[in-house]
Design a protein around this ligand. Sequence first.
Ligand code: SF4
Ligand code: SF4
Length: 231
Amino acid sequence: MPEKELRALLDAQPDILWGFADISYSPYAERYASALVFAVPYGEQLTPETYTEERFENGIQSARVRLEAVVAEIEALLRSRGVRYWVPPVAQENETELLAPFSFKFAAVNAGLGWIGKNDVVITRRYGPRVRLSAILIDAPFAYGQPKTRSECPEDCTLCMDICPCKALKNRLWTIDSQRVEIIDYQRCNRMRSAHIPRLGRKSACGLCLAACPFGQTSKGQKRDDRNADP
Ligand code: SF4
Ligand code: SF4
């Protein structure tokens, strides 16, 4: 298994957060022992002062392009070494459950990249929630990250809740056993975002509850200070 080469490939892009997770919790564990999970920062790290839906969507898309390039590099390496792997799709399987087949979020907390915030997304120390996640399932064991098992949100922080236009967030601190429904009314969030389809030709990206998060927030557009950031 080219673990050293994989680590070297990712270390060459120091702004990307990544780690390995043991996925024995997953139905895919019969075929793949591990997930390599990574978090690419959005192109623009927006705050409520700089947020517009268009800028947020553009930041997501630029992270997506970069992520696809990284995934392609890793796939090429794994293929060349004959290692079995699978890149799970991002897309939700249907509009009822609104769940993807393999949860990148749950893999990210198991890899130790962050915890689930009161806004129901992964919060990293370096970028807060302003990252796009992906994962590759790999049929090999690795040195795994230390899983996060509880929220590190300040108990009294309500910034993401306060800014949500449809009050979908429930002010619940996450633990590893939490269900999504305890944290967010996802259908309500989805209805609000879907209401923009006639105007935008797609759901609204709505990143207000991400922009509001103080974790990873640079102070009013200044350059980020990474000295206190997680690796
Ligand atoms: S994405 Fe928008 S609508 Fe959904 S919870 Fe966050 S702020 Fe609310
Ligand atoms: S805004 Fe506050 S409560 Fe919401 S995710 Fe960020 S730290 Fe947690």
